[in-house]
Unconditional design. Structure first.
Length: 115
């Protein structure tokens, strides 16, 4: 398992497998010093993999089959900071700030809360 920015192995990342059909967690482990992990005795089938580590976005890989060699590239989580001011440059307090991302549904652009 590697981070996207540094391409260094990520130890102590949490990795879990979930069944595709019922979405139930079938196994969970932590990566070793080299970023490696293994799930043994998985039944044949299709699975989703979730990888989590503090400071990084949760990564997923869908349609994983047992025996596959998997590399997950983490992306660093972002921080947004700033000040909200009025037209005269005065600070405003108790203002709600929301981060959104664009999403496309039924051919239309919508904004979805990202945090």
């Amino acid at each position: 398992m590697f981070s996207l920015g540094s391409a260094q192995p990520q130890k102590s990342a949490s990795v879990s497998f979930h069944g595709i059909v019922y979405a139930d967690e079938v196994g969970k482990t932590t990566t070793d010093e080299r970023g490696g992990f293994a799930f043994v005795q998985l039944h044949p089938g299709r699975y989703s993999l979730y990888a989590e580590k503090a400071g990084f976005l949760t990564e997923t890989a869908a349609e994983i089959t047992p025996g596959a060699d998997i590399v997950v590239r983490f992306k660093r989580a972002a921080t947004v900071s700033g000040r909200v001011i009025d037209m005269d440059g005065g600070a405003l307090k108790d203002v709600i700030v929301e981060v959104t991302s664009r999403s496309y549904a039924y051919g239309r652009v919508t904004l979805v809360s990202a945090g």
